[in-house]
Structures are given as structure tokens and as C-alpha cells.
Design a protein around this ligand. Structure first.
Ligand code: AMP
Ligand code: ZN
Length: 136
């Protein structure tokens, strides 16, 4: 289902023009308007999902093959040296547009970008307790 007030629904379904680099029946990939590097691309499902957790399975299972296809086109065309796939869920995780999207960020030697996190430390006991919270 499309969501009326969602800008990425409109872009994904061609109602707002965007620089499309790939389209099929389920996804549209467009250049990000605030690119981290040259070629920064967003893969958008044509159906609305707020985030990864409500992305329908039929989309989820096609996402990585589509990312592989688009990523290969980008590698060939842009001659990038590497690529980050980034996907934010929830405001606290940096999501600013509440329609699922996967970032494909080409990386170039000395591109000056920084994508990452502060490396943490935990004791063995802390790791065990955390693992238990996940697996039950
Ligand atoms: P996120 O922070 O993961 O929600 O990423 C949202 C991304 O959408 C940002 O990188 C923005 O630059 C990008 N963005 C926002 N509006 C548009 C738009 N109309 N067309 C293309 N990219 C957009
Ligand atoms: Zn949407």
C-alpha cells in the first residue's frame, strides 16, 4: 500500500521526479539528494513500509539480489574502491525518512567520509547477559 503523505512512496512510484538508476516491479533506486559521496543511491520499495521490521517478506527476499545488481552497476560505472550499505531504523538510529530505504554509498580512496561507530568494550559476563536477552 502507498501512504499519501510519504515522499518516498511518491518517488518510488514515479509521482515525484528523481534521478532513477534502476527500476523493477518492486523497487526504484534513485540518487540521494544529500550524497555522502558521488553516486550515493537509495533503494526504495514501491510499497510503503516504515522500516525493516514491517517490510513484507516478498520485498525483503529480493532486496539483497537487487542491491547486488545495482551495486555492480555502480562499481562498473563509478569505478569506486568500495561500498557501504547502510540502513537506519528509527529516529534514534538516524532514520529521517520513515519509508524503508537501503543506502548504497560508494567509497573512494581519500573521499573524506566517515561511516562507523565508536568501538566499545564489554566484560565476558556482560556479553553473556546480553546474548541471553536476545536468545532468551
Ligand atoms: P535516513 O537518514 O537513513 O532516513 O536517510 C534519508 C536520506 O534521504 C538522506 O540521505 C537524504 O539525503 C535523502 N533524501 C531525503 N529526501 C530526498 C529526496 N527527495 N530525494 C532523494 N533523497 C532524499
Ligand atoms: Zn512510503
Amino acid at each position: 500500500m502507498k501512504k499519501d503523505d510519504c515522499i518516498f512512496c511518491k518517488i518510488a512510484n514515479g509521482e515525484i521526479p528523481a534521478r532513477t538508476v534502476y527500476e523493477d516491479d518492486k523497487f526504484r533506486a534513485v540518487l540521494d539528494l544529500g550524497p555522502a559521496t558521488d553516486g550515493h543511491t537509495l533503494i526504495l520499495p514501491k510499497e510503503h513500509a516504515d522500516n525493516l521490521f514491517d517490510l513484507p517478506e516478498e520485498y525483503a527476499k529480493e532486496l539483497i539480489p537487487v542491491a547486488q545488481k545495482i551495486g555492480s552497476m555502480m562499481k562498473a560505472g563509478l569505478k569506486c574502491d568500495g561500498m557501504n550499505l547502510v540502513q537506519n531504523n528509527g529516529q534514534v538510529a538516524g532514520q529521517t525518512v520513515m519509508h524503508f530505504h537501503l543506502h548504497l554509498i560508494p567509497r573512494y580512496e581519500n573521499d573524506g567520509q566517515r561511516i562507523g561507530w565508536k568501538v566499545g568494550e564489554r566484560t565476558d559476563e556482560e556479553f553473556d547477559a546480553i546474548r541471553k536477552r536476545i536468545v532468551g
